[in-house]
Every structure is written in C-alpha cells, then in structure tokens.
Write a protein that binds this ligand. Sequence first.
Ligand code: VGL
Ligand code: ZN
Length: 211
Amino acid sequence: MTLQISPSDLLVVVDVQYDFLPGGSLAVADGDAVVPLINALAKKFTHVVCTQDWHPADHISFASQHPGKAPFETVQLPYGSQVLWPDHCVWNSHGAALSADLDIPQAQLILRKGYNRAIDSYSGFQEADRETLTGLAGYLNERDIGRLYIVGLATDFCVGWTAIDGAAAGFDVTVIEDATRAIDNEGSLARAWADMAEAGVERVMSRDILG
Ligand code: VGL
Ligand code: ZN
C-alpha cells in the first residue's frame, strides 16, 4: 500500500553536503546513492526543509582541536561524550555546500547547525548540550506540520538525532531508510535504529511512498 503524503507532511533532507559524499572529508559510504531517491521523494512534498552541518574551522568536534586524538575517538566535553571527526563542513567551504545534484526547488528553509564552536549539533532541533534550541520546532509548529519524513546523511548521527528530537518535540516521525546511509562507527547504526524505535520513530522504504 502506498503511503499518501499530505500537505501537513514535511520532508527533512539532512546534511546532503559534499563532505559527506564520495571524495569528501567525512564521506559516508555510498552516500551519493541517496540523491536521486531524495529528488524523487521530494516531488511528493509541498514542504521541504534542508539541514546543513556548518562548523567554524576550529570546531570542538574536530580531532584536529584535540592534540593527541585521532578521528573517531571519543572525548568528554562539558555536555557529555563527543565523537571526534575529521575537519568537515567548515562554513563557506566547498565541502559544506549542499550537493548541486539535489533538485528540490521548493525547499523552504535551509537550517544551519553546529555553528557554535563549543557545542556540536547532530540534531536539527537542539544542540548537543541538549539545551540550546535551533528554533526548528517553532518553525514547524507555525507551519502546522504534523509528520516529518526524514532522509539524508548520516543515518546514525544527524538523521537519527533529528528523528528522535522531532518525536520528542511532538511530531510524528518517519525515516525513509533507503534514502539514508550510515557512518556506522562502533555499532552506532544498530544503536541509532534501536533508539529511534524506542522513541516511536517509524521506518519505511522509499517504495512505500513512490509506489
Ligand atoms: C554528521 C558527524 C559529524 C552527520 C555531522 O551529518 O551525520 N556526522 N557531523
Ligand atoms: Zn559535523
């Protein structure tokens, strides 16, 4: 049965940026496979928001800011544990740009996140201190959005956290699994799906929507 997309549904396209695509500094395996699917899915939606990971060059999530530490190691920060990453999505760099192969002219908001040097932000709703809000919930409520469909990169970080925080903010949330790809660092993908299920996030495939 094909899911019908209604005008109160909104597609969230998470972090489809060159640094997460093949050749990028934090390339997600097979990441470019999501682009044609996202373009096809987006045609079903009146409302689309894109998120954009957007860091200053000395961002706290970069391993380069922690002498002796390597990418994918974890450190403790005032707000909790933080995975360290290669430098990525530095604001105004090519790697931070949204893929030019996205074909979503009706996208209405591009939400940048992670611009505070001292706080990472996987989620489009709140930063990693779990206090600083981005304003996205307020935007979606003002636009009378009921359900979020989430696609993009990476399943186990920015997609997963955005989905869980969207559910916590009171929205119905569905992740379109085959329109995402994962980093999968030390079991993070399985953990993300388990956390999303516990938060009530639904999981479908693109054929459930495209028919
Ligand atoms: C992301 C790691 C660091 C993501 C962003 O978009 O999933 N992952 N910054
Ligand atoms: Zn980042």
